[in-house]
Design a protein around this ligand. Structure first.
Ligand SMILES: C[S@@+](CC[C@H](N)C(=O)[O-])C[C@H]1O[C@@H](n2cnc3c(N)ncnc32)[C@H](O)[C@@H]1O
Length: 272
């Protein structure tokens, strides 16, 4: 079979991959760059490779996320290794990176800590954009700590990651970023494939999804220097609750930002 024939096969059509997902599969399995995929569209592909692509398509059709099947994903232009013990970073979370990046550029910020780091997506994207910043990370999951550390090494980005329950053992920073688990356990909108494949501790939180957010808003001031800033990702319907909680605690300059789809996604604020 040629690449073109694979692309038009029933299995690949049924997988309903986006163009970039399809390119990622071909580049990971066949080792072909996008240009090579175009130039060699009519060249025959080894039978074993064809079988591999079709097997990936079958698993994808069954609902397994492509990032877990391939063991890689892209976030903010960085290639990250990923496995099913950590959350797959979402494009929406680039809003958190953008929000933090703007504060770093405008505020001469030198130290950033990313809580709940997962694969390291946020911490590594910030370090890649702002190499002079000291960026550290932490997560309660030992798998996430290992994943962040391995991705930092592979990308040659100097980001250390520690295992911690939120702020446990952490010092003081100028900026804290966090994308915590914030989905309510009974949220009917959550995709069944997400629940089936992604780790529950990365997704769900008690009290309507706000339990960890409440702890973060309460404890973050103790780990921020004078005038320090917090950038917090949350669900699009939680912005009002987050702002109210933050204002009640005394946080200043509380401002919600929208993601690429125009939904409330990140609230940033200054230490009370
Ligand atoms: C929504 S994921 C975010 C991962 C990554 N920052 C991203 O945006 O792709 C939430 C992360 O919080 C971690 N986590 C859950 N409870 C925690 C806690 N009490 N303290 C620290 N991390 C926690 C999970 O292990 C998971 O990696």
């Amino acid at each position: 079979m040629t690449l073109e024939e694979i692309q038009h096969s029933d299995s690949i059509r049924a997988a309903r991959w986006t163009q970039s997902e399809q390119q990622l599969v071909f580049s990971e399995v066949l080792g072909l760059t996008l240009t090579e995929q175009i130039l060699s569209a009519e060249s025959p592909i080894a039978h074993s490779k064809v079988e591999q692509v079709l097997d990936i398509a079958q698993r994808s059709i069954a609902g397994e996320p492509l990032a877990y099947i391939l063991g890689v994903t892209y976030f903010d232009g960085l290639k990250l290794a990923i496995d099913s013990k950590v959350l797959i970073p979402r494009p929406d979370t680039e809003t958190l990176v953008e929000a933090a990046s703007e504060l770093i550029s405008n505020g001469n910020i030198q130290s950033v800590h990313d809580l709940c780091s997962g694969s390291g997506a946020v911490a590594l994207a910030i370090k890649a954009r702002h190499p002079r910043c000291v960026v550290t990370a932490s997560d309660l999951s030992e798998y996430a700590v290992r994943c962040t550390t391995q991705n930092a090494t592979a990308l040659q980005l100097d980001v250390e990651c520690a295992r911690a329950d939120l702020f446990e053992g952490l010092l003081e920073f100028e900026l804290i970023t966090v994308n915590p688990p914030y989905i309510a356990w009974d949220d009917p909108e959550v995709d069944a494939d997400v629940v089936a494949h992604e780790p529950a501790m990365a997704l769900f939180s008690d009290h309507n999804g706000l339990s960890l957010i409440q702890r973060i808003l309460r404890d973050a001031p103790n780990h921020l220097s004078k005038g320090g800033l917090l950038c917090l990702e949350h669900g699009y319907s939680q912005a009002h609750d987050v702002r109210k909680l933050a204002i009640d605690i005394g946080w200043r300059s509380v401002q919600t930002l929208q993601d690429l789809a125009g939904r409330d996604r990140v609230t940033r604020m200054q230490k009370p």
